[in-house]
Write a protein that binds this ligand. Structure first.
Ligand code: ZN
Ligand code: ZN
Length: 367
């Protein structure tokens, strides 16, 4: 049975809420092209289509591969099965609209070529307006149904970490472990990994986004795992770093610094706080260990239908946190030649502050 759409069961539909921004944007219609945005708004999970939202109606344009799927999944929009591609279909729908029309489009997503085609199909009367990431802004605050799915995805990846931890031992390769992790995700009910699983060992842990290789783990080195699962369309994202053997003092200190930085950031999270201030809280904590210079990326990112969503938690970001946002908190320190340590959890912003969704232990495991 197809998972019924991700629509909330109560209150205004997402498309209705989207229409509230039409006057701010000065638009009469919006062409939604980013597939996760389409899934969010009307429930369609297919891999090709465009959604045209007008004042009084919405239409999903897709092709005959998705006739039955669209019928089963889509609510809040009528479905139009097109023969010559959705761009042409949206274009002629716009051409048929009366008078001059202002139409929003996803400037950060549509390609130059797609935009040109749309312009050609829709004729000269349409005035194109960048959509200001309006759907992404709606998506960053999760409703109760979304939060329960995200909790499930976070729990699943935490379980995966627990079950694969005993497999980390000398001789096992980074690729072996990555394969076991992704297999365990499926066993937890995931439809797949949310991104390419990262497993790095030894000095390679200093590469923040290392791809797993055929390198076997050896004694007395760090192993860093960054993995996420998609469950019921929602992503999780978890990083843990462990040590094979007894870690030297310096490495122990690095771990404590990262853990403190993560805790300081979590303590700083509450509605109304600037994303940049949460990032700064982590850097201030690392400074006490003299390690702020080794934290070379931003603190975290929004999480949902995609693994990287709004808001970004980085230096100087002015976005205010809101209740219901789901974000990652992932400070790290990376020292060339020695290795890197990162600890990442997914949290939801509540009136009382950050609440962890991921449940994996943050203890520094010595294996
Ligand atoms: Zn991650
Ligand atoms: Zn992340």
């Amino acid at each position: 049975v197809a998972e019924k759409s991700t629509q909330p069961s109560e209150g205004r539909s997402r498309i209705e809420r989207l229409r509230f921004s039409f006057s701010d944007l000065g638009i009469d219609a919006l062409v939604v092209s980013n597939l996760p945005d389409i899934l969010y708004l009307c429930g369609f999970s297919g891999s090709a289509g465009l959604l045209l939202v007008e004042h009084s109606r919405s239409t999903l344009f897709t092709d005959s591969r998705y006739t039955f799927q669209a019928r089963a999944e889509v609510s809040e929009a009528r479905v139009s099965i097109v023969k010559h591609g959705p761009l042409a279909a949206v274009g002629s729908a716009l051409r048929a609209m009366r008078g001059r029309t202002r139409v929003g489009y996803a400037a950060s997503h549509l390609t130059v070529e797609q935009k040109k085609l749309l312009e050609g199909y829709s004729g000269g009367r349409v005035r194109w307006v960048p959509d200001g990431n309006v759907v992404a802004k709606l998506r960053c605050v999760k409703d109760a149904g979304e939060l329960s799915r995200m909790k499930g995805a976070a729990l699943a990846i935490s379980e995966v970490f627990g079950t694969t931890l005993p497999l980390i031992r000398p001789g096992v390769t980074e690729l072996d472990l990555a394969a076991e992790i992704e297999y365990a995700m499926r066993q937890q009910g995931a439809s797949g990994p949310a991104f390419e699983t990262i497993v790095a060992s030894g000095p390679r842990t200093a590469w923040a986004h290392a791809r797993p290789t055929a390198k076997p783990f050896s004694k007395n080195e760090l192993v860093l795992i960054d993995c996420g699962a998609i469950l019921h369309a929602y992503c999780s994202d978890l990083t843990r770093t462990v040590f094979l053997g007894r870690p030297p003092k310096k490495v122990r200190k690095m771990y404590q610094a990262v853990l403190d930085a993560q805790e300081a950031a979590k303590q700083a999270i509450r509605p109304g706080v600037k994303a940049g201030d949460v990032d700064r809280a982590a850097r201030v904590a690392l400074k006490l260990y003299g390690m702020a210079a080794f934290f070379t990326h931003s603190l975290g990112h929004g999480l949902g239908l995609e693994v990287h969503e709004m808001p970004r938690l980085g230096r100087g970001v002015g976005t205010l946190l809101q209740e219901g946002m789901v974000i990652t908190v992932e400070p790290g320190v990376y020292i060339e030649g020695l290795g890197g340590i990162r600890i990442e959890d997914d949290v939801v912003v509540t009136a009382n502050g950050a609440v962890d969704l991921t449940t994996a232990s943050r203890e520094f495991f010595e294996l």
